[in-house]
Ligand binder design. Structure first.
Ligand SMILES: [Mn+2]
Length: 327
């Protein structure tokens, strides 16, 4: 036995938070209690720079429900994430104190009118605690309360980089303005984001309601359809994104359905003909140096996933986002 009796005794005499035992080393990644990227699970905000918050909410889905299970499965698959970004050399877990802040503790989850303010309250507390929030959804409706919190209800509007197959600027649907197709329309209406500093990348899908596309363009957003992305490539797409947001504080929202369903079958509204995983990684790496005020990755729906590939890809993109935010 190479481990000493003293080491074992120390292991069981320290009150270690979940994830701590694995933090900083690349040991047996399938072991331990799953937290986001094997980061320590904390709820106290002190000594945390970036807080990853699970938002197990899918009350805004129009079809194929299940994204409420996203955070737990992304935690599970994110055990595989390594400590170093081999492509860029980034070591986010050394550059910043990153914690898994657990999940939004819903008390009234059945109505968006009560659930979304609960998300907002959590993100506001995180932001006001001096911690950069990174949300794992949940459906895309969670971006609206998140943006309300990080912009202090629009007192500090931000730019937006939005990667998605849909514009999510749709109007009222089924009698409600709160659904996963509307967060960025609501964000414009509330003055949370500057539409002229907003870029939407990867847009496609059956736009039988044209209001979303029209609304985005009419409000001044830069909409890059998937065909244009395909023509110009990830590098130029990122250059366009950087030009649109300028030097403004920016929020990054990544809907996993931007990826082709080959890479992300486990999602609420898959749209064939999307971005590849490799393009998504290289696109994100081009966004280094921007001033991020927060971000989210949304729409992972484990009940529709195959072998965890969607959750693994979401975790991998979350890692790229962390690398950007610790730069
Ligand atoms: Mn979306």
């Amino acid at each position: 036995m190479t481990v000493s009796k003293e080491q074992i005794a120390a292991f069981y005499s320290t009150d270690t938070l979940a994830g701590d035992r694995m933090a900083g080393i690349d040991g047996l990644r399938h072991t331990g209690i799953a937290t986001f990227m094997r980061c320590p699970h904390r709820t106290a905000l002190k000594d945390v720079d970036i807080g990853i918050l699970g938002v197990p909410y899918d009350g805004g889905l129009t079809t194929r429900t299940g994204a409420r299970h996203g955070p737990r499965e992304v935690r599970n698959q994110s055990s595989l994430i390594r400590r170093i970004n081999v492509a860029t050399g980034a070591r986010p877990f050394e550059a910043a104190r990153i914690a898994d802040l657990g999940d939004v503790a819903f008390t009234e989850v059945f109505s968006p009118a009560t659930a979304l303010p609960e998300i907002e309250a959590h993100v506001r507390a995180i932001t006001q605690g001096g911690v950069l929030p990174l949300l794992v959804g949940g459906d895309h409706s969670i971006s609206y309360p998140s943006l309300r919190a990080v912009t202090e209800n629009g007192a500090k509007p931000c730019a937006l980089i939005h990667v998605d197959s849909h514009t999510d600027t749709w109007p009222v649907f089924q009698g409600s303005k709160f659904h996963h197709g509307s967060p960025f329309r609501l964000a414009v209406e509330d003055g949370l984001i500057d539409p002229k500093r907003t870029v939407q990348i990867g847009i496609r899908g059956g736009q039988n309601i044209t209001d979303g596309l029209d609304y985005s363009r009419d409000s001044g957003m830069r909409v890059m359809m998937i065909e244009e992305f395909d023509d110009v490539g990830w590098k130029q797409a990122a250059a366009v994104a950087r030009e649109v947001v300028g030097n403004e504080p920016v929020y990054l929202s990544f809907d996993i359905d931007a990826l082709d369903p080959v890479f992300a079958p486990g999602t609420g509204t898959p749209e064939p003909g999307g971005i590849t995983m490799r393009e998504a990684q290289r696109f994100l790496r081009e966004l280094q140096g921007l001033e991020f005020v927060g971000g989210d990755i949304v729409e992972v729906s484990p009940p529709f996933d195959s072998a965890g590939v969607t959750a693994l890809n979401a975790a991998t993109l979350l890692f790229e986002m962390l690398c950007l935010m610790t730069d």
